[in-house]
Design a binder for this molecule. Structure first.
Ligand SMILES: NC(=O)c1ccc[n+]([C@@H]2O[C@H](COP(=O)([O-])OP(=O)(O)OC[C@H]3O[C@@H](n4cnc5c(N)ncnc54)[C@H](O)[C@@H]3O)[C@@H](O)[C@H]2O)c1
Length: 259
């Protein structure tokens, strides 16, 4: 699929980090872009800076996502590309013993469910709506659209405390081929990017020693990824019509250690 002024795209989580870099790269290619994000303040700011439109959106809600798609399509037409970056996690051991008191605590079910709802269901909610919209379009070179999801290295090797995040991201990897099969007759491709560790605002509160340790964990290049490197792959997935139903690791060969 060509990335030029004829392309309308939606990027969830587009106000920050990997999503924002993707918004900038798509805009640099001339595409019209709608940013779907929970954060109204940064969303409006980066939309003004990049020439995208901002659609305030909570991927946890059907109603909110429907409203955001309606706003985006009214402004820039039906999207042919959706990049899902909205997500996040928590770090809670499955069960642990408090060192001081000896009290045993468990991972609260509601916090486990929240991570699945945010990452897996939130991504799927946007995919279903985007695919339905793409199905109303005439194909270009047999293709109607492309969907790009974001998993994590944690889908394969989650660290301690990441049970919910690993499960949520592994589910995104797991559903990629199935959705590609579901949408194959409609000429819609689905791919997932599985990033390693990327220096984004998600790490803004990380102490320097932690960032140093993360850099050192990457075999080569020995540093955290740049959001622009994620964006570059997202755009190649949009361009390359033979990529479908697969997950690509983007991680400098990192394999996450237990902690
Ligand atoms: N940074 C990394 O090292 C890394 C590694 C692997 C995977 N990922 C994944 O990449 C994606 C982007 O991460 P990032 O590092 O750019 O994070 P980030 O915190 O910089 O950006 C995430 C964006 O998602 C938005 N968001 C959060 N909840 C939302 C909701 N309910 N509805 C709509 N928008 C919502 C936030 O407002 C924010 O703008 C996430 O899915 C994350 O799990 C990141």
């Amino acid at each position: 699929m060509k990335i030029d002024a004829s392309l309308a795209a939606v990027v969830t989580g587009g106000a920050s980090g990997l999503g924002l870099a993707t918004v900038k790269a798509l805009r640099a290619g001339g595409a019209a872009v709608a940013i779907f994000d929970l954060n109204e303040e940064t969303g409006n700011k980066v939309a003004a800076e990049t020439g995208a439109i901002f659609c305030q959106c909570d991927v946890l809600s059907d109603e909110s996502v429907d409203q955001a798609f309606a706003k985006a399509r009214a402004a820039q037409g039906q999207e042919r590309a959706l990049v899902c970056c909205a997500g996040g996690g928590n770090a809670i051991p499955t069960a642990r013993r408090d060192k001081a008191t000896g009290e045993i605590r468990i991972f609260p079910s509601d916090q486990f469910e929240w991570v699945l709802r945010l990452n897996t269901v939130g991504t799927f909610r946007c995919i279903t709506r985007s695919a339905a919209g793409m199905m109303t379009l005439e194909p270009i070179d047999a293709e109607r659209g492309v969907l790009v999801n974001t998993a994590s290295a944690a889908a394969s090797e989650g660290q301690m405390g990441q049970a919910a995040y690993s499960a949520a991201k592994a589910a995104i990897v797991g559903m990629t081929l199935t959705i590609a099969r579901d949408l194959s007759r409609e000429g819609i491709r689905v791919m997932t990017i599985q990033p390693g560790v990327f220096l984004t605002p998600a790490f803004s509160r990380a102490p320097p020693q932690m960032l140093q340790a993360l850099n050192a964990m990457v075999p080569f290049p020995q540093r955290m990824g740049h959001a622009e490197e994620y964006a570059s792959l997202a755009l190649e997935i949009i361009r390359n019509g033979y990529l479908n139903g697969e997950t690509i690791r983007l991680d400098g060969a990192i394999r996450m250690q237990p902690r």
